[in-house]
Design a protein around this ligand. Structure first.
Ligand SMILES: C[S@@+](CC[C@H](N)C(=O)[O-])C[C@H]1O[C@@H](n2cnc3c(N)ncnc32)[C@H](O)[C@@H]1O
Length: 311
């Protein structure tokens, strides 16, 4: 893979991530979503003494070899980053406070979307697959062709926040078997009212829902955030880039829960929990208009940053 271009994936909010991870410049950063290595390359360029552990569940991503002794790459799910990172560091699997920064750039890479055979795209025809890695047991095609109508409706509503989930699930069930993404996209487009076809691609939310469910993405995110908080030493930084409200809500709530100074039940006259917050919320960053113009996939990105405190 050519290391001088971002043909695999154009990274988002790079300067903001590099700046937020400055306190980790002399230590270890876990890039839990290595992808094309764009964020990792920027960190290496800015911080000569950093060590990076790059994790991705997709073997295609790990073919992006960076010829740099400061980087180690690992195939795996970031939900298991505590064990994976500690293994690389020679620490026991559940050690805490062993890294200085964690970066998660959620979702899928351009390479994954643009490779028709992976089945993520409603613009290209391929098998209805959507598995991010070989650890994912069943494909989206199994959900599309095997769930009953109610289960499919609930999945599309829950993970796609799609208001036409009922119509779409009925149309999918009526069109089975559906073997490729072009047919699936056409069935969805025919199922929604004409007005809904004018605001973005009518299959976007359903494809998002199928992808999230296939890869258990939200469970991985919740587990990954817990692992990240455990792994970070006091003063270490957590950076998470989300691309839709379901992801961002989980990140926002986890940071808010970690930053809460009191967890007493409401109504108590005085605080009895004596809690020390484990995180400091350092706010959020959105891409500039300039970045959105040059990289439209950054449009929905939100970077949230937190600092690990002594708990
Ligand atoms: C948006 S891309 C990251 C791009 C990367 N920051 C770059 O600069 O090229 C997301 C990557 O995260 C990976 N990924 C998503 N969920 C994952 C998980 N739970 N565990 C490990 N990797 C994951 C995907 O396979 C994909 O390669």
């Amino acid at each position: 893979m050519d290391q001088t271009t971002n043909s695999y994936h154009e990274p988002v909010l790079v300067s903001a991530c590099v700046e937020a991870l400055a306190p980790a410049a002399l230590g270890v950063i876990v890039d839990g979503t290595f992808g094309g290595g764009g964020h990792t390359r920027a960190l290496l360029a800015s911080y000569p003494h950093v060590t990076i552990i790059g994790i991705d569940r997709d073997p295609d991503a790990l073919a992006n070899v960076l010829d740099d002794v400061r980087v180690r790459t690992v195939l795996g799910n970031f939900s298991e980053m505590q064990r994976l990172a500690n293994d690389e560091l020679g620490a026991s699997p559940d050690s805490s406070g062993t890294v200085d920064g964690v970066l998660l750039d959620l979702g899928i890479s351009s390479h994954q979307v643009d490779t028709a055979e992976r089945g993520f795209s409603y613009h290209r025809s391929g098998p209805v697959d959507m598995r991010m890695g070989s650890d994912v047991p069943s494909s989206a095609g199994e959900l599309v062709n095997e769930l009953d109508r109610g289960e499919l409706r609930d999945l599309i509503r829950r993970y796609g926040e799609e208001r036409y989930a009922g119509r779409i699930s009925a149309a999918i069930v009526g069109a089975r078997p559906i073997d490729n993404t072009a047919d699936l996209a056409a069935v969805i487009a025919d199922a929604v009212p004409a007005a809904a076809r004018r605001s973005g691609h009518p299959a976007r939310k359903t494809f998002q829902a199928l992808r999230i469910a296939t890869n258990a993405e939200l469970d991985a995110l919740s587990a990954g955030l817990e692992a990240a908080v455990d792994l970070l030493r006091p003063g270490g930084r957590l950076c998470v880039i989300s691309y839709h409200s379901l992801e961002d809500r989980i990140v926002k709530r986890r940071i808010a829960a970690g930053a809460a100074e009191c967890v007493c039940p409401p109504g108590l006259p005085v605080c009895v929990c004596a809690r020390s917050p484990e995180l400091r919320d350092l706010g959020r960053v959105r891409p500039s208009e300039v970045e959105i113009a040059s990289n439209p996939r950054s449009r929905s990105a939100i970077l949230r940053i937190a600092e690990r405190l002594v708990a």
